[in-house]
Write a protein that binds this ligand. Structure first.
Ligand code: PGA
Length: 268
């Protein structure tokens, strides 16, 4: 059954089949999308006694983080009880490195809100023993189940740094980065491809799927065909983000450009 509502600022499509529900919201512009995501995060923070949020890095979530900061400044939200996880990190990179994903989260969000430092968890890409680092992180997530996990989609269909053909059963692990991901890193302050680390350390696909709710964000025309494949394509390991179709509580939030190739008529 397909229900299709037109709201003031977004369209909501809800697909329900065999007990699965996938909600897709298409926003007029990136800023209304960002507001929605910030509202969802802050509502969770207000509701849960010990809220646990999984944050994503990249260009897509920055606006939502800005809006969370604005809400904090307006005293609409208190992040003091929040536990935070990040999805991934470059292998070999210290947290002090300005290009690390930890540094990204610190400068784009953590430094501007009242989150307790001891409740911020991140993968250490510079750990001497990556196996035990992955184990440590997975255990932390098991002890602190994530209420909302933010996600973006990579140019090769990855989620976090789970590149194509990562097993859906994977837990936190080290990954050889594919060339699309290495190239996309040029958007994150690297001057040349040579500077980009060749490996990432990432929550696994099974780790991500343990989150109680997923918010998948995509913006811009570059992502539109990927988004269609993620939402309407076959669920397969060669296109990792397709796994979200099987999550019981997922919302896909898109701006108009990212939704421009979405085959709505294929949703039954
Ligand atoms: P982006 O990255 O937000 O910079 O497009 C998304 C991703 O690679 O997950």
């Amino acid at each position: 059954m397909l229900s299709f509502f037109i709201m003031k600022k977004c369209y909501i499509i809800r697909e329900e089949s065999g007990g699965m529900k996938m909600e897709i919201k298409i926003f007029e512009d990136a800023s209304s999308l960002d507001s929605y995501v910030a509202d969802e995060l802050c509502a969770c923070v207000g509701m849960e006694e010990h809220p646990v949020l999984g944050f994503a890095t990249g260009n897509t979530p920055c606006g939502a983080y800005d809006q969370c900061i604005e809400k904090y400044k307006r005293k609409e939200v208190d992040f003091s009880k929040v536990t935070a996880f990040s999805l991934d990190e470059y292998v070999g990179m210290h947290h002090q490195n300005e290009r690390s994903f930890f540094y990204f989260m610190k400068t784009h969000l953590y430094d501007h809100i009242n989150i307790a430092k001891e409740n911020i968890y991140a993968l250490n890409g510079a750990a001497m023993d990556m196996d035990s680092e992955c184990h440590r992180y997975e255990e932390l997530i098991n002890k602190n189940p994530i209420d909302i996990q933010l996600l973006g989609i990579g140019m090769d269909g990855h989620i976090a740094y789970n590149e194509p053909n990562t097993p859906f059963t994977s837990i936190t692990h080290v990954m050889e980065l594919h060339h699309e991901s290495i190239e996309s890193s040029l958007n994150y302050g690297f001057n040349s491809l040579d500077e980009v680390p060749r490996q990432g350390v990432t929550m696994g696909i099974a780790t991500i799927m343990k989150a109680k709710r997923l918010i998948m964000m995509a913006k811009g025309a570059d992502k539109t065909e990927l988004v269609d494949r993620m939402v309407n394509g076959i669920v397969c390991e060669s296109f990792p983000s397709s796994i979200i179709q099987t999550h019981p509580n997922v919302v896909v939030v898109l701006d108009k450009e990212a939704a421009s190739s979405l085959r709505l008529n294929t949703i039954k």
